[in-house]
Ligand binder design. Structure first.
Ligand SMILES: Cc1ncc(COP(=O)(O)O)c(C=O)c1O
Length: 429
């Protein structure tokens, strides 16, 4: 069961124990945390309840999981989920400029699945966190890049469920012994009290994420803890259910919408493979039958075909990844490294359509999609495309220096000093 703790850790490996001498506001905070925990515990007894969902009362509740009928043969089927995302996320048309003739692009706004716990990772975490709680874990261990959205989302989800969170974050050799700072995702992780262990890119490449998380898991076990390990990006076969469910959601949205819309293609960024595995399997099994086009932002397509295959095999899906998804390389200069063209593209798309893409995932995927549309217009002509915006906006804060020269849209307001003030209004007005 969920365990309530009366201590917190400072962000980087230093234990602080709250005592009665702690300021009252801190104790109150802890008390409210325990009350919140009790609410979460009570909620775990709930089963799926559409009325509660409609009333907005099912957030953070644990529900018995029933798969869509077309996925009922997949094995294993998760027993429970935790309601962590604000779902369903909206679908709307995206008025992108310079599309091939009669091509439409629509957006699935998974960037709106939440605020601090947002983006595509929420869908995977709904299954992974339910499993962690089911297995009696008292803390979560996961790993990723220094600006990992997955790590940030996991840190928040863990705290919602009163679990501690241990993050291993990969950074450069030069920065590995320094305070990682508070930029973007790090601010949220450190605010929610995640424990951060830094590792250099070289060490990470040499040792591998599996061994690193295992080392931390064993260390925690020796301390009497019950850790639950989530792999990079939440991409294991259980996490894959997140995007199997997303396809059920899209199917239901299309069935209940007033316009009879049918999508020919789905486009999505691929970073660790879980979203692509879920989307492509479920699109193929369901009535959607949209072709899934993935744009890889770190490794090469061959690596991802194999990785996705492993996830599909783990679900006994009996399909070949190469038959259900097309993966193209959109890595560019490398993971989380942007060309000035990509940064400019993100800026132009925001300025023309109001949609803010993240530079590391959806920005690269949309850039890759538009490039492919320009180079191969016949392939896309007349097709209706659903682009999955997977979130990650906090990653933009890591790019402000690269972005700053493009954003010159400000000026000192020109006012005549003799303009009189209208009296009678408060100073704020
Ligand atoms: C914002 C965002 N979009 C897309 C992805 C890629 O999804 P996946 O890891 O399932 O391939 C990630 C994580 O890797 C992400 O953080």
């Amino acid at each position: 069961m969920l365990v309530s703790r009366s201590f917190v850790f400072s962000p980087i490996n230093k234990l602080t124990v709250f005592s009665q001498s702690q300021p009252q506001h801190t104790r109150l905070l802890l008390q409210s945390h325990r009350i919140h925990t009790m609410a979460a515990e009570a909620a775990t007894t709930n089963t799926s309840n559409t009325t509660a969902k409609a009333a907005g009362m099912d957030f953070l509740t644990k529900k018995v999981y029933t798969p869509p009928p077309w996925a009922s043969h997949i094995n294993p089927i998760p027993s429970h989920t935790f309601s962590l995302g604000h779902l369903p996320t909206p679908i709307h048309k995206w008025n992108l400029p310079n599309l091939p003739p009669n091509t439409e692009v629509w957006l699935k706004r998974d960037d709106l699945s939440g605020m601090q716990l947002s983006g595509n990772k929420v869908r995977k975490l709904e299954f992974l966190m339910a499993d962690a709680v089911e297995k009696g874990a008292d803390c979560i261990v996961t790993i990723g890049g220094i600006q990992s959205n997955h790590c940030r989302a996991t840190a928040v989800a863990a705290k919602y469920l009163n679990l501690d969170c241990y993050l291993i974050l990969r950074t450069s050799k030069v920065l590995v012994d320094q305070d990682p700072g508070l930029t973007g995702n790090l601010l949220v992780e450190r605010l929610v009290g995640a424990h951060i262990d830094l590792i250099s890119k070289e060490e990470y490449a040499k040792i591998g994420s599996g061994v690193l998380t295992n080392l931390l898991k064993e260390k925690l076990q020796k301390e009497g803890r019950r850790p639950y390990v989530i792999p990079v990006g939440g991409s294991n076969s259980l996490g894959t259910w997140g995007y199997i469910e997303a396809i059920r959601e899209i199917e239901e949205q299309l069935q209940s919408g007033t316009d009879k819309v049918k999508f020919d293609d789905i486009v999505v960024a691929c970073g660790s493979g879980g979203s692509v595995a879920g989307l492509s399997l479920a699109s193929w099994l369901s009535s959607l039958k949209a072709k899934v086009n993935a744009f890889s932002v770190c490794d090469d397509p061959d690596y991802f075909y194999d990785y996705v295959q492993g996830l599909l095999d783990g679900l006994e899906a009996g399909v070949d990844s190469r038959n259900i998804v097309d993966i193209q390389n959109a890595k560019g200069l490398g993971y989380a490294i942007n060309t000035s063209e990509e940064i400019n593209f993100v800026k132009e798309i925001a300025a023309t359509t109001g949609i803010v893409l993240d530079p590391v995932y959806s920005g690269k995927a949309a850039y890759g999609m538009m490039k492919d549309m320009a180079e191969n217009p016949k392939k896309w002509e007349g097709r209706r495309v659903l682009f999955i915006h997977t979130g990650g906006l906090l990653g933009l804060y890591d790019k402000v220096e690269q972005m700053a020269p493009l954003l010159g849209n400000w000026r000192r307001m020109d006012v005549n000093e003799s303009v009189p003030r209208i009296d009678g209004l408060g100073k704020m007005f």
